[in-house]
Ligand binder design. Structure first.
Ligand SMILES: *[C@@H]1O[C@H](CO)[C@@H](O)[C@H](O)[C@H]1NC(C)=O
Ligand SMILES: *[C@@H]1O[C@H](CO)[C@@H](O)[C@H](O)[C@H]1NC(C)=O
Ligand SMILES: *[C@@H]1O[C@H](CO)[C@@H](O)[C@H](O)[C@H]1NC(C)=O
Length: 310
């Protein structure tokens, strides 16, 4: 090292230290003075009452989350700059897009996400869709239906049933055992949102004529993927200002932090079935993924709820 190098080295070190001190002060100031739980209005028929459900439980302690986030942030401020902005700023919101728990700012977003952002995973799910559809047939056949752990919800327009394989980041063992091939497929996805309470994998079934009223998801850090398994005419997915629909053997990707709903305009439609898989948002770096896993760890299966989410 020359003297010039040493100078540059200490200059950078000092700059970095000053940066850290400033950020720490902003962070502590925020935690002490500003952090407070924010009230959010909920729509009427698509929330469960479980205290362990991250999406539906509105009494989270934001201060505690920000303290955890601050610990992660200080490990790698450069890669976690956006997390730093979440910690020190008020969460940005707009009417179209209002995640109820966690809004990482400055992530690129689209209501409906182009498959190119998750090309490899989407191709893999679509290549294997018939295997997944076959396992779905088995767990839903009349002979087996009562023997399996379906969660049945009633909406004002019809029945909505959910079969969780991964619920808030944890595998639902007794269900996974019944769908070994689907689990192998899902677990080999590159971007599976796993070991984090924002990650779910489930079959969701809408009886003919069933709609799901509009709501916001809990976060903006996932790309929600629906693989169409049985898609009758009449169902539409509305996300923000976009409308789309499913088709059998194909994936639809969307950002559920936008206001979204399912509308069924044909009371005599067939039954709609998709495999829902949460993927990490395509814009996150690896440090952000693992920081989010630390801040929002999987909810242990023993504490998990069984309720309705789409
Ligand atoms: C949130 O957590 C902080 C730190 O643990 C605690 O001081 C505060 O009382 C909690 N707030 C609520 C509303 O529980
Ligand atoms: C499944 O359960 C329902 C309601 O408990 C019952 O009416 C039906 O007969 C059962 N079906 C089978 C195949 O056991
Ligand atoms: C359904 O789930 C419960 C608890 O979650 C478990 O005790 C039971 O064995 C499961 N039933 C089947 C048929 O897997």
């Amino acid at each position: 090292m020359s003297y010039a190098d040493i100078d540059r080295f200490s200059f950078e070190t000092v700059t970095r230290l000053i940066g850290l001190v400033i950020i720490t002060v902003i962070f502590l100031d925020h935690v002490i003075k500003k952090a407070k739980d924010r009230p959010v209005t909920r729509s009427h028929d698509n929330f469960c009452s479980s205290p362990n459900c991250l999406r539906c439980n509105f009494v989270i302690n934001l201060t505690q989350l920000k303290v955890k986030a601050g610990r992660q942030f200080l490990k790698n401020p450069r890669e976690l700059e956006r997390l730093g902005h979440w910690i020190s700023d008020d969460v940005y919101e707009d009417e179209e897009r209002k995640p109820t728990k966690f809004y990482l700012p400055e992530l690129l977003s689209f209501p409906v996400i182009e498959r190119g952002f998750h090309e490899k995973d989407v191709d893999f799910l679509e290549t294997n869709w018939e295997t997944i559809a076959r396992e779905f047939e088995e767990i839903s056949s009349t002979a087996n239906f009562n023997q399996t752990n379906w969660t049945i919800n009633s909406t004002p327009t019809g029945q909505w049933s959910v079969f969780y394989l991964i619920n808030q980041g944890s595998e639902v063992m007794q269900n996974c055992k019944l769908c070994p091939e689907t689990m192998t497929i899902v677990k080999s996805l590159d971007d599976l949102l796993y070991e984090c309470s924002f990650g779910n994998v489930c079959f969701t079934v809408l009886e003919p004529g069933t709609s799901i009223s509009a709501h916001y998801g809990p976060c903006n850090v996932r790309s929600r993927c629906h693989l169409g398994l049985q898609i009758p005419e009449g169902f539409e997915l509305l996300v923000g200002s976009k409308t789309t629909t499913w088709s059998e053997g194909n994936c639809v990707l969307f950002d559920d932090s936008y206001f979204h709903s399912v509308e069924c305009w044909r009371k005599t439609s067939g039954t709609r079935v998709v495999l829902m898989v949460d993927l990490w948002h395509f814009g996150l770096n690896p440090h952000e993924r693992s920081a989010i896993q630390e801040i929002f760890p999987a909810v242990p299966t023993s504490e998990n709820f069984q309720s309705k989410h789409e």
